[in-house]
Design a protein around this ligand. Structure first.
Ligand SMILES: Cc1cc2nc3c(=O)[nH]c(=O)nc-3n(C[C@H](O)[C@H](O)[C@H](O)COP(=O)(O)OP(=O)(O)OC[C@H]3O[C@@H](n4cnc5c(N)ncnc54)[C@H](O)[C@@H]3O)c2cc1C
Length: 437
């Protein structure tokens, strides 16, 4: 068995135990959550190591790709407040790095005036988030006819929106963590986490036979969280991996600039979400000129270690939506490019951010998982919360009760909400992605 050793313990000014480095924090999983946690922890001067089972920036989890939406419009008022804090922390990380990962534009939410959309407006009001509520005619005027919604739909616009470049952002956090002195190791699959009852500390072992010792440990294992947590503690977290798909559609010739995110491209087009059934979301044309990303928020249950890697679904509902809302300016016949990705769904779509607890791990192991297809925008705030929980035992400024592990023991549905669920989990026989009933 190999134990990770320092080149010079004195030089690195570290606590040591028989020549073995004792890290302040071991972070497991280098998606956006783990990478931003390593950045935050190392920025605060904690001796930090980040362990990833595959290559850094791999495409087998949830944090790869070209675009993620940032928006503060949520039916849940606590997410509205969190997204606003997260936006400030994205700006802080960008300032540390010296380059941008958040391309700003406005956010547009549309849909029938259902309970979810009413709750979105209410969240804006309660948090004093500047917003405008528009009817179909006003929306059409605002977008000079580029978009139209049915007469009985409503639209909400807010300034806080935009695209975060995911792979670039994860790489930014990793680069900053290294710059702050963190140790990053990939191709290190964590096989066990245990407490060293005699010497103290948390021992993390890998399938390559190495061991790392930390005062604290954060588990951010994405779609593998349920498996890893169950293996080390026996706890069954209801975090269901779903395989989902990103799809890009061709903008018809002559209209490309209309859907561009940049003013230069003529568009200044918003990031958008549609609260109908299914819930549809998208980003303006940016990463692939002439294409626009429009997708359905949902997916099919999968095992992250043996995924079907499906590349085609029946896009019926999506086609209809694109045809109607973009008034024939986008070719709705077929997506021209698709990419597979995974969600980690909880029954209530709320995150899991809590101490692992129990006799063995108590408050020394913290779990951040179950980001349910909407976590990316929150990553630097989630990182701050995870680091505060690990080192301070509490996190301030965020309503942590929504993210407790214990909520599922009280009610298997988790937090019960009075508006409809946004996400469709398709059964294995259902091929009609985009037609969730
Ligand atoms: C198609 C798609 C669109 C999305 N759109 C948005 C959006 O517009 N806005 C938004 O805010 N969010 C969005 N999300 C959600 C967001 O991307 C995720 O919430 C976020 O990326 C989750 O990050 P993570 O770090 O928890 O998981 P991951 O990125 O999967 O990272 C977990 C990491 O842990 C590693 N790991 C697992 N087990 C082990 C182990 N035993 N040892 C070592 N390493 C391990 C994995 O290999 C992986 O790298 C979207 C997600 C998808 C898939």
């Amino acid at each position: 068995m190999v134990s990770y050793r320092a080149k010079s313990l004195e030089e690195e000014n570290m606590e040591s135990r028989s020549g073995i480095i004792v890290f302040d924090l071991i972070v497991i999983g280098a998606g956006v959550m783990g990478s931003s946690t390593a950045y935050r922890s190392s920025k605060l001067g904690h001796r930090t190591i980040l362990l990833e089972q595959y290559d850094f920036l791999h495409h087998r989890g949830s944090s790869h790709g070209e675009s993620r939406t940032i928006r503060a419009t949520y039916p849940e008022v606590y997410y509205t407040a969190m997204a606003r804090q997260a936006a400030e922390l994205w700006a802080e990380a960008e300032a540390d790095a010296g380059f941008r990962v958040h391309i700003k534009t406005s956010q547009l939410d549309v849909g029938p005036a259902n309970a979810s959309l009413r709750a979105v407006v209410s969240s804006c009001r309660k948090t004093s988030l500047p917003h405008s509520v528009l009817n179909a005619e006003e929306l059409s005027r605002m977008f000079s006819g580029r978009m139209s919604i049915p007469e009985d739909w409503t639209a909400v616009t807010t300034d806080l929106g935009g695209v975060i470049r995911p792979t670039k952002a994860v790489s930014m956090f990793q680069m900053l963590a290294v710059r702050n002195g963190a140790v990053l190791k990939d191709n290190m699959e964590v096989s066990d986490i245990r407490r060293d009852e005699i010497k103290g500390g948390i021992v993390v072992s890998t399938s390559t036979g190495e061991e790392f010792i930390g005062r604290k440990c954060v588990v951010t294992a994405g779609a593998w969280t349920r498996k890893l947590v169950n293996k080390v503690s026996g706890l069954e977290l209801p975090i269901q991996p779903l395989e989902t798909m990103v799809s890009y559609w061709r903008i018809k010739p002559g209209h490309e600039g209309d859907f561009s995110i940049t003013r230069g491209g003529g568009g200044n087009f918003p990031t958008f979400a549609s609260y109908g059934n299914p819930y549809i979301y998208g980003t303006p044309s940016l990463e692939y000129p002439g294409l626009i990303k429009v997708g359905v928020h949902g997916g099919r249950p999968c095992d992250p270690d043996s995924r079907p890697w499906r590349t085609s679904f029946r896009f019926d509902a999506l086609r209809k939506w694109i045809e109607e809302i973009f008034r024939g300016s986008v070719d709705a016949s077929e997506p021209v490019s698709t990419q597979s990705c995974m969600y980690s769904m909880t029954p209530d779509e709320d995150f899991v951010i809590d101490f692992l607890g129990g006799e063995e791990f108590r408050e020394d192991v913290v779990v951040g998982g179950g980001f349910s297809g909407h976590g990316f925008k929150m990553a630097p705030l989630v990182a701050k919360v995870l680091v505060d929980l690990a080192f301070e035992g509490k996190a301030e400024g965020v309503e942590m009760r929504h993210f407790r592990i214990g909520r599922f023991a009280e009610d298997p549905r988790g937090n019960v909400k009075d508006y409809m669920a946004q996400v469709g989990i398709l059964s294995s026989g259902d091929d009609s992605f985009g037609a969730v009933e």
